[in-house]
Design a protein around this ligand. Structure first.
Ligand SMILES: Nc1nc2c(c(=O)[nH]1)N[C@H]1C(S)=C(S)[C@@H](COP(=O)(O)O)O[C@H]1N2
Ligand SMILES: [Mo]
Length: 216
């Protein structure tokens, strides 16, 4: 598709004249009247927050893996992953330390797409995301199934920058951003909940920004 960046017939907008952008910035209406969650301030910058710096990785050997209570464990190279059906969504991003960045255009694979491909057991209720820096974070399967949970590899029409979690990160617009693992190397499906890195260290497991669920 070629284009000028103007709206297309479906009413979406375009990034680089190519991709339909789905607008998820109204997601806050499920939680309240205010797009900016309580106690947050909006920034136009995109700060970098990492527990231990940006890990290195090799685009040739990087693998994204799916395991645990699945019918079919999966492993994708980076180029295979980028060939999966993808979406681009405009989303807001809320860090538990108090800043929010509106209108981030993330491109990536929807969580449900991975579930469809792996097939999961009836007893699966939770997932644990694993990352190259040793970070983990957990979410319930139900929360993963919400609109906006993506394995993102694009940001604002370019590759996701390494500091922000490239080659692939998770985004969770309905949660504080620690629920979105940068440099995600895999997702593990579980029948019993396992807490992630910050969840074990006193941050809220539920992490709803509009309820200010910051600490447990
Ligand atoms: N792998 C990994 N993912 C992570 C983190 C981390 O330290 N390691 N920090 C989390 C936190 S606390 C936040 S606020 C966001 C920050 O994303 P950003 O650096 O792109 O702003 O990533 C989250 N995902
Ligand atoms: Mo954060």
């Amino acid at each position: 598709m070629t284009g000028s960046g103007a709206s297309d017939a479906a009413g979406g907008t375009e990034v680089d004249g190519e991709t339909d952008v789905e607008d998820l910035t109204g997601l806050y209406r499920q939680y309240g009247d205010d797009r900016l969650p309580p106690g947050q301030r909006e920034t136009d910058r995109f700060p970098v927050l990492s527990k231990s710096g940006t890990p290195s990785w090799d685009a040739e050997t990087f693998a994204f893996e799916v395991w645990g209570a699945v019918d079919e464990p999966l492993a994708y190279s980076l180029s295979e992953f980028r060939e999966l059906p993808a979406v681009t969504q405009r989303q807001d991003f809320h860090c538990v330390t108090g800043w929010s960045r509106f209108d981030c255009a993330f491109t990536g694979v929807e969580f449900a797409e991975i579930v469809d491909r792996a097939g999961i057991g009836d007893d699966v209720d939770h997932v644990l995301f694993h990352a190259l820096d040793g970070y983990t974070t957990n979410l319930s399967l139900e929360e993963c199934a919400r609109d906006g949970v993506l394995f993102a590899y694009g940001f604002d029409g370019d590759d996701l920058p390494a500091d922000h979690g490239g080659p692939i990160r998770v985004v969770t617009p309905h949660k504080y951003a620690y629920k979105g693992a940068k440099w995600v190397s895999g997702v593990e499906f579980l029948s019993e909940k396992e807490l992630g890195y910050w969840e074990k260290r006193g941050y809220s497991d539920t992490a709803n920004p509009w309820n200010e669920e910051r600490y447990s």
